[in-house]
Design a protein around this ligand. Structure first.
Ligand SMILES: [Zn+2]
Length: 139
């Protein structure tokens, strides 16, 4: 998901959750957006290029069509453990049990992961049952 979408949706959810608490609203928005900094750090570590312009250029190249003979380097998945919901969410929400003041952070990060993995969730909930049903029906 694009960073712009993360900012807008996180701000809307932050405002909905904390309409009279601007600090908490900003934390939800920041957390819901800044999780993607791991892409930047991993790109910089792997490529040696610490410029934001270089990272944005690589991001555009990475999502574009690869022409035959294009031998520019590719750096694999640029997702850290922060983008792994099965690791991050239990850890995060167990921390908020001890420190409830961190809930806006947890809401923002959870929202970010939900938005990033929405297509997988839709596939699991909507497409997979139908395909499994189709497989069973054919037997
Ligand atoms: Zn992300």
């Amino acid at each position: 998901m694009h960073i712009r979408s993360h900012i807008i949706i996180s701000a809307i959810v932050g405002f909905a959750l904390y309409p009279r608490q601007p600090k908490q609203m900003l934390i939800v928005t920041a957390a819901g957006t800044l999780v993607d900094l791991d892409h930047l750090v991993l790109y910089a570590l792997r490529s040696g290029d610490w410029s934001i312009v270089g990272a944005l250029r690589y991001d555009r190249y990475r999502h574009g069509y690869v022409h035959q003979g294009d031998n520019r380097p590719r750096y694999g998945s640029l997702r850290s453990w922060l983008h792994q919901p099965m690791v991050t969410l239990p850890l995060l929400w167990s921390i908020t049990r001890q420190w409830p003041q961190l809930r806006p952070l947890a809401y923002g990060i959870s929202l970010h992961l939900l938005l990033d993995h929405l297509h997988t969730l839709i596939y699991i909930l909507l497409v997979l049952p139908k395909s499994a049903y189709g497989t069973l029906k054919r037997r």
